[in-house]
Design a protein around this ligand. Structure first.
Ligand code: ADP
Length: 380
């Protein structure tokens, strides 16, 4: 194998070939041809021995003599095809049998190719090479097909989630509108309905944006537009955006950020990440609880926390909930509608910034979502 110049190195160079033949002379001569063709060779003198060798040697191609005492080559081939990975293993029959129907028998036994003995070195190598290439392409096509099926399944799942999860807030909006309709005279209470309508519409909007962004990010990655964000003025503005939503649910929203703290990040994505976390904190905590956003500097970056006093997340689920479509309580009431995509989106954004996000338990109850982002523009 050493004699082959580097630039001639083929895809099948060094491939493992199993030669099965009961005649020692035939085994020796085929081995010599194959080794000159830069293959690795193992031999077996019969069917049983060949089958026993398969799991350990894991050949990438089998050369199989048809007439052998005991189990003949046709039977060996049939048995290989019945093995879990045997369907794709390339098998070439070799035979000195001159009867015309041998070829048909070999194909019926699901062999891939057929060569008559005495075998010519050039022909043997060419057949092996083209068969291996064919099998490689077949495996690639199959992998591609599996991938596509997977994608299609994910898309269908996504579609179902979209339809299901947008239905709930939409009916909440419809109910709100009906209530408002009866409130045309501006009786007290209509402001409350309006606020709820606006909050629900905002939640829907965020869900739609998350779904679209995750889809896009999986194809081409997130397109970040980083700028320096003065967190000490930016954070209170963000809190004001969700204050009425918090109040209407009976929550108290507080924040803390040291003066002058800055972070280089995409403000639109960071805003949506934090809004997702706050939305969850409000959704999964009882009325009357506190949600707090805290920013602070740490070596090399900034740490942002969203702390709540809600129901918390069991330790065993703290990694999983960042996966797509993962929800702890599938059958929650309408107000807790969700897609299970919010945290997946948050993780995408954190990682696109070269940072990370995780969740810890809060004391005495609730969760703390922690986002760490490097201060400088080191991209993921
Ligand atoms: P969803 O749209 O369902 O809220 P997320 O990806 O944002 O999707 O969250 C995934 C799941 O994690 C939620 O369904 C919920 O079960 C759980 N979760 C998220 N945030 C919190 C939180 N602050 N407190 C408790 N559970 C939470």
């Amino acid at each position: 194998m050493e004699g082959e110049p580097q630039h001639y190195r083929r895809a099948d160079h060094g491939a493992r070939i199993l030669v099965v033949d009961d005649e020692p002379l035939a085994r020796r001569s085929v081995r010599a041809m194959l080794e000159r063709g830069f293959y690795q060779v193992e031999t077996a003198s019969g069917g049983e021995e060949a089958l026993a060798l398969l799991p350990t040697y894991q050949p990438e191609l089998v050369l199989l003599d048809i007439q052998m005492p005991g189990m003949d080559g046709l039977e060996v081939c049939r048995r290989i095809r019945d093995l879990p990975q045997g369907e794709l293993l390339p098998i070439i029959f070799l035979t000195g049998d001159e009867r015309p129907d041998v070829h048909a028998q070999a194909l019926r036994a699901k062999g891939d190719d057929f060569l008559r003995k005495p075998v010519m070195s050039g022909e043997l190598i060419v057949r092996i090479r083209s068969l291996m290439r064919l099998k490689r392409l077949q495996a690639e096509v199959q992998a591609e097909r599996d991938n596509l099926l997977d994608l299609q399944q994910q898309r269908e799942q996504l579609f179902q989630f979209i339809v299901h999860d947008l239905k709930n807030p939409l009916s909440a909006i419809q109910v709100g509108l009906e209530l408002l309709d009866g409130d045309e005279e501006g009786r007290p209470g209509s402001g409350h309905h309006l606020r709820r309508l606006r909050d629900t519409a905002q939640t829907m909007g965020r869900m739609i944006e998350d779904i679209l962004d995750i889809g896009r990010a999986e194809q081409v990655g997130l397109d970040l537009r980083r700028t320096w964000i003065p967190l000490d003025t930016w954070l209170p503005r963000l809190v004001r955006e969700v204050e009425s939503q918090a109040q209407s649910r009976g929550h108290v929203l507080t924040w803390a950020c040291p003066a002058g703290l800055e972070l280089e990040a995409d403000p639109a994505f960071l805003r949506r990440l934090l809004l997702n976390l706050v939305d969850n904190a409000l959704k999964y905590s009882p009325a009357g609880s506190q949600t707090r956003i805290e920013a602070r500097a740490q070596p090399g970056g900034v740490r942002l926390e969203v702390q709540d006093q809600g129901e918390g997340i069991p330790e065993s689920m703290r990694e999983q909930i960042f996966g797509k479509f993962v929800r702890l309580d599938e059958d929650g009431p309408d107000t807790r509608t969700g897609s299970g995509l919010g945290l997946a989106f948050c993780q995408l954004v954190a990682e696109a910034h070269g940072g990370r996000i995780w969740v810890e338990g809060n004391a005495p109850r609730g969760s703390v979502f922690v986002l760490e982002i490097p201060k400088t523009a080191a991209t993921a």
